[in-house]
Design a protein around this ligand. Structure first.
Ligand code: SF4
Length: 252
């Protein structure tokens, strides 16, 4: 059942996938035009050191802060936790190349937020439609676990992504860390926007949707099913349709 927070009135896994060994020549276009951190950002010393190690170990991998992917003029932003080591950190495109991407991109395709074919590689031609994907933390953390200080430090780039989307109307937050960081970007307090799968929160003219993270761990343990994940995006679709209708009526 859909839950809406009381603020409304005011309102991973790292499974490697088949693909090219070298991706440095197929970086996503967003890497050059996003408001994200520079490739050698060292604001988080632990993550920068981990990146240095990965560059030595896997020199053909992306191994840099992963920029947002998709339409900056879109209505929907999906916020994940952080790049997976052998997923986005390898390929340079969010959620591309690991299990979480299979479920996320499959669902985005089903609900019309993506077009083309997802083939787990940044040159598969997949296009996001009225949608963008970013992360709370832009660099891969060891064991997929960023420290609180790293989440806080990287929030400035999530805020920049949000500020770079003038038509934003909906945000899907994948997991508690993405939720906690995103609500801070929107100026909400945890007590007025508690996390829970299927919960919705209103921040000005943007609706925030909570979902459990689409990681292999969560799906393998039954915490998140494909149907539970679909229901979040069905709610997003309904909200955007209603929002568009209301916007058209106000001009009528
Ligand atoms: S996580 Fe963000 S702030 Fe930290 S080093 Fe990477 S890009 Fe910079």
């Amino acid at each position: 059942m859909r839950k809406i927070s009381k603020t409304e009135p005011n309102s991973r896994s790292g499974r490697a996938r088949p693909g090219p060994a070298a991706v440095s020549d197929t970086l996503p276009p967003a890497a050059t035009d996003s408001p994200g951190p520079e490739r050698n950002c060292r604001l988080c010393p632990r993550l920068a050191a981990f990146r240095d190690t990965n560059r030595l170990r896997e020199p053909s991998w992306f191994n840099a802060p992963v920029p947002p992917f998709g339409d900056r003029l879109g209505s929907l932003l999906v916020v994940g936790l952080a790049p997976g080591l052998q997923g986005a950190n390898r390929t340079g495109r969010p959620f591309t190349g690991d299990y979480a991407g299979d479920l996320l991109y499959g669902t985005l395709l089903e609900f019309g937020f993506a077009a083309g074919r997802y083939d787990a590689r940044p040159d598969d031609g997949l296009r996001l439609v009225d949608c963008r994907i970013g992360n709370a933390v832009h660099c891969v953390p060891p064991q997929n676990k960023p420290l609180p200080a790293e989440i806080n430090t990287c929030r400035q780039f999530l805020a920049a992504t949000r500020a770079d989307m003038p038509r934003l109307r909906a945000v899907v937050m994948l997991g508690r860390i993405a939720h906690d960081s995103t609500i801070k970007v929107f100026g909400l307090r945890a007590v007025e926007a508690p996390f829970g799968h299927g919960r919705e929160h209103q921040a000005g003219d943007v609706r925030l949707f909570d979902s459990y993270h689409c990681s292999r761990y969560n799906t393998n343990t039954g915490v998140l099913t494909a149907d539970m994940f679909r229901s979040v995006f069905a709610s997003v679709r309904r909200h955007l349709a209603a929002d568009q209708t209301a916007g058209a009526a106000s001009f009528g």
